[in-house]
Ligand binder design. Structure first.
Ligand code: PMV
Length: 323
């Protein structure tokens, strides 16, 4: 069997996923809408080999536990009828575990490479399903541009998959990531979601509010209405964090620089720049900008005290095998 390398871009949710209806299958309690990024990517090589007695993982050049990837590879072994263990080498073009969704691009690249290596030939919806089993947000990184994740209603999760809404080229928004803490160890999204689900009095209200945000964001993307997308996106992020802040103990993912960046983004928008913010389970701020406005936003966010570094990127394509 041949080694296969695949790449996948990270993605940033504009309408957030925060809470599961089934923890084992990573089935989301509500839908989400994201954008897939161009340069923040994972490249993963999967090599099935008769010489291995177990799966091996090299993550950014270092040996890493295979607890989360072995079940994914098991499913490809089962479908293909080939029981070879694999050597998996995965490299991120951005800092791992810094709140930049490396699990999303990581699992998307893994399933695409494994599908080709084992010759299973799954379609994109089934690849999305397989990626979701590794990490909920990874289901969206199979596709490029604007992507919607369906919560699905089936118990087996076969309808909880992502699908594309709009190609990156059709509305080439720009993204600026303001890193306010490098190598930070926040509460993982899975642990944060569980705590919020189990203890936050606002969790139900949050889940019930998601369909309206999805509708607004979908309409905004279809009409390329940036103001409407900004409204839906900031509201979704703030409500997600409000539900997490109300957990016991409260989940405070932000630091001072995070909040300073949120104010700076709002100042810029009030002064006419097309930009809005979102924040995931960590202290980094992601600014979504109208085409050609990223450089100006990046310069302003770089000057906010406490910002360590800014990364500018664009919307990118879906996951694929590299030839
Ligand atoms: O699927 P996970 O464990 O990467 O969770 C993602 C959670 C958020 O990033 C906070 C929101 C999202 O929709 O990506």
């Amino acid at each position: 069997m041949e080694a296969v390398t695949a790449r996948a871009g990270a993605n940033i949710a504009l309408v957030k996923y925060w809470g599961k209806r089934d923890a084992r299958l990573n089935l989301p309690a509500a839908g989400s809408i994201s954008v897939t990024l161009a340069d923040l990517e994972t490249r993963t090589t999967v090599t099935p080999s008769p010489e291995l007695d177990f799966d091996e993982l090299l993550l950014d050049g270092r040996s890493a536990p295979t607890t989360r990837i072995a079940p994914v590879l098991d499913r490809f072994r089962m479908v293909s009828g080939c029981d070879l263990y694999c050597r998996v080498e995965s490299t991120n073009s951005f800092p791992t575990g810094a709140g930049l969704a490396s699990s999303a691009s990581g699992f998307a690249a893994l399933v695409v490479a494994a599908d080709a290596a084992f010759g299973t030939g799954l379609d994109d919806a089934r690849l999305s399903e397989q990626a979701r089993l590794g990490s909920g947000s990874a289901a969206r990184s199979i596709f490029g541009g604007f992507v919607e994740m369906a919560p699905g209603s089936r118990d087996d999760g076969s309808d909880a998959v992502a699908s594309p809404l709009l190609d990156a080229a059709d509305w080439p928004l720009e993204i600026v990531v303001a890193i306010t803490e490098s190598g930070s160890k926040s509460v993982s999204s899975t642990d944060g979601m569980n705590l919020t689900m189990n203890t936050s009095p606002y969790y139900r209200a949050w889940v019930e509010s998601v369909p309206a945000d999805l509708e607004r964001a979908r309409a905004a993307v279809a009409a390329r209405d940036f103001d409407l997308l900004a409204e839906a996106g900031e509201s979704s992020a703030l409500k997600m964090h409000a539900s997490a802040l109300a957990a016991q103990p409260g989940l405070l993912y932000w630091n001072g620089a995070t909040v300073a960046c949120l104010h700076e983004v709002r100042r810029l928008r009030a002064a006419g720049t097309g930009v809005f913010f979102t924040v995931d389970a960590g202290p980094q701020v992601k600014a979504i900008c109208l085409p050609a406005q990223g450089a100006q936003v990046a310069a302003r966010l770089a000057d906010v005290p406490g910002v360590v570094r800014v990364i500018e990127t664009a919307l990118g394509p879906g996951a694929g095998v590299l030839t």
